[in-house]
Design a protein around this ligand. Structure first.
Ligand code: PLP
Length: 386
């Protein structure tokens, strides 16, 4: 695909293995959910160390099913970060529950602040959504024990964090555990810009058998058997046990997912090396903050986010990047400031609002070269000096 960017924000790591995987499925004669999906689920569960991995159509569907499996609905409140992609908030509303937006810890740590969660809890609060921004962990030990103490369910929005591992020997568990294994349920996205990319795809993970069973049924209309079961002669009829959806993943994307999963560890390591190079150049730039300078464990290094000293400097830097044909982005606007969410309750959000006004996301992808990182940093440094 041609683009005018000299350095794009992100790029797929696709090659002959992905082509072979798609051909294998095309030649197999079976396209909808079947053996590739089953294998992808098995391999994904083994890779992150979780009992159940349930493949779905996208990350938003994964969040929706997580909310449904926990029976969240009208009258229930779900505390979640103000800085997030809008999917978790939209799915909270989709099940009839109310999102309450909590602040992030700091500019350098743009994940849910446990103290801010505590301030928002009411008797109606039923769940917390923790999003591992950029692939770096939330303060999961604190959030986990807060949820236990207050009787709240914990959903990880792990869409940025595939392959991340929580390392904090002071906290055992969750020391050594992967993103997606730290709450009641987790949601992953395999959208094209993600570390594991299939176009559109997602995964729900959980260690709880009861939740896994609900998610599996809800993924396919609450039906007791699949077309694949009937095709193999394992069943010839079905019942519908609950009102569900069609959130199934197809065989082509599952086959791509298996190849991408096999590449994930090396690609995340490569991303980590590029992030270290970015930090060497940008840490200490007066007034600028590099997100996640301190984080618990091995991040998935999904995003390279930096925070400018003020909104004007960000504007200048973004313009300078664009002029140099370097793509950048902003993850994310503050959700309660979107028109559809303005009427909803939120805590005080000084850190989230300052972050949203000043953050820039810089290019980061496994095939990015060290000179490209230096090039991007040079543009930022020159814009900062003006
Ligand atoms: C943090 C976060 N949550 C949820 C989603 C939704 O995933 P999807 O686009 O696969 O529906 C995304 C993806 O863009 C995301 O970045």
């Amino acid at each position: 695909m041609s683009s005018d960017w000299r350095v794009p924000l992100t790029a797929l790591d696709y090659g002959p293995e992905e082509e072979q995987a798609v051909l294998r499925v095309l030649r197999s004669g079976w396209l909808s959910m079947g053996p590739e999906v089953e294998a992808f689920e098995r391999e994904f569960a083994a890779a992150i160390g979780v009992h159940h991995a349930i493949a779905v159509a996208n990350g938003t569907a994964a969040l929706h099913l997580a909310c449904c499996a926990l029976d969240l609905g009208p009258g229930d409140e779900v505390i979640q970060p103000a800085i997030n992609f809008v999917a978790a908030a939209n799915m909270t509303v989709a099940v009839g529950a109310t999102p309450l937006f909590a602040d992030i810890c700091a500019q350098a740590e743009p994940t849910l602040d446990p103290a801010a969660i505590e301030r928002l809890v009411t008797p109606r609060t039923k769940a917390v959504v923790a999003m591992h921004y950029g692939g770096a962990f939330c303060r999961m030990a604190e959030i986990h024990s807060l949820c236990r103490r207050r009787g709240l369910a914990l959903i990880e929005d792990a869409c940025h964090a595939v392959g991340a591992r929580y390392l904090d020997p002071q906290q055992s568990p969750p020391h050594g555990r992967a993103a997606g294994t730290l709450g009641d349920l987790a949601a992953f996205s395999f959208f094209s810009n993600k570390n594991l990319a299939v176009g559109e795809g997602g995964m729900v993970t959980t260690d709880r058998d009861d939740l896994a069973q609900r998610v599996r049924q809800l993924r396919s209309h609450g039906m007791t058997t699949l077309t694949w079961d009937r095709h193999r002669g394992h069943a010839n009829t079905y019942d519908v046990l609950q009102h569900g959806y069609n959130y199934r993943l197809d065989e082509l994307r599952a086959a791509l997912g298996r190849v991408q999963l096999a590449k994930l560890a090396a690609n995340n390591q490569r991303r980590g090396a590029l992030v270290r190079r970015y930090r060497q150049s940008l840490d200490g730039l007066p007034g600028w903050t590099v997100a996640h300078a301190r984080t618990s464990g091995d991040s998935a290094h999904h995003l390279m986010a930096v925070v400018a000293p003020d909104a004007d400097t960000r504007e200048r830097a973004v313009t300078a990047l664009r002029d140099a044909r370097i793509q950048s982005s902003m993850h994310y606007p503050c959700i309660p400031d979107f028109a559809a969410f303005r009427a909803m309750r939120a805590g005080e959000l000084p850190n989230s609002r300052a972050f949203a006004a000043r953050v820039i996301t810089l290019p980061l992808f496994p095939a990015m070269s060290a000179p490209e990182v230096d090039d991007v940093c040079g543009v930022i440094r020159r814009a900062a000096a003006r």
